[in-house]
Design a protein around this ligand. Sequence first.
Ligand code: ZN
Length: 400
Amino acid sequence: MPTEKLYWPEPFATSFEATARPGELAGQRSIVLDRTMFYPESGGQLADTGTLVIAGRTLGVKDVQVDDAGEIHHLVEGPVEPFDPTPASGTIDSARRRDHMAQHTAQHALSRALVDVARAETVSARLGATSCTIDVEGALDDRDVARAEDLVNAVVTDDVAVRQLFPTAEELARMPLRRAPKVDRDVRVIEIEGFDLSPCGGTHCTRTGQIGVVRVVDLERYKGGWRVTFHAGRRALDDARRKQAVLAELARELTCGLLDVGQAVGKLRRELKARQDALSVTRGELVELVAARTLADNPPDPSGTTRIVLVRPDADVGMLRTLAGRLAARPDVVAFCASPDERDSAELLIVVQRGSSATFDCGAWLKATAGAHGGRGGGRPERAEGRLAASVPLASRMHS
Ligand SMILES: [Zn+2]
């Protein structure tokens, strides 16, 4: 027999009396009551938690589920031994319930507002433990969302009644419902007076003022439509506080006002770009000087091939390539330009390049050295690059 739903007529009540008996749900022992205030997880709303007192024993209710027959199963902490039907009293976590009611009623209002401002129909909604989402089909942009948010908050400020209705089939047929019912009889409709009519089995506020402020915090593409993330009431306040704390921290770092953080970051980025540009000019000049000095220090070897090892701790791969290119501009040179990898100090970045008259095979050397000492990389006979273990004895290895 379906469990009597005490949470429908009295969403603000928190304690109740009932008769308990043991039940079973998907192989798990549960407690079934003839009537309950515990809302079972369904319709995108999370279950209530709380406590049941049965025969002097207090049991923590950690989850509540409803089966196909409409029986509500209370899943409790600890084992459930068989017992005869017995009087029980229950208390739900009222803060958790109030939060769920606020999020759920806000979801109805926001779904309606998205239809009104952008004809964006709700496909599904999820009321999570930390954030709530509405997935809609149709086009939606930031301006639509801001207008929908304004509309919902105006309905909150108007503090209109939220009622549960149990219409007859004829009454139901005449109702301008936002969406079709999922059950075909005993349909329960939630009315936000003068604003929205929607079939639903969840728990809701009794006036819109109880919702508190509603804030949309994210709009993202989702499955060909859009996902709107929102917070209502206490969650909106907590979210605003967390974000303000982050902003305040940034403002302190940047020694500016909270609302000037964006401008201050823009200024920093422009300064950084200017310095990077200046640095890149200086590095270009440095490369020319280093290459010229290195070539002067390494006159052409009588053998016809001059091997030059150049390790520059400050060089990135771009600088190594330029250096190797400058050195190998002299026909007799085989240039080995290396630098410790910034991300992995156990490795060397290396670029090997030969001049036009040298016959050394850069690609084969790098491959063989990586194979023998650890690393990876390769290339053509004329030029190769990769990474080698920092322990590779670069100079002696080359001369062996
Ligand atoms: Zn609802």
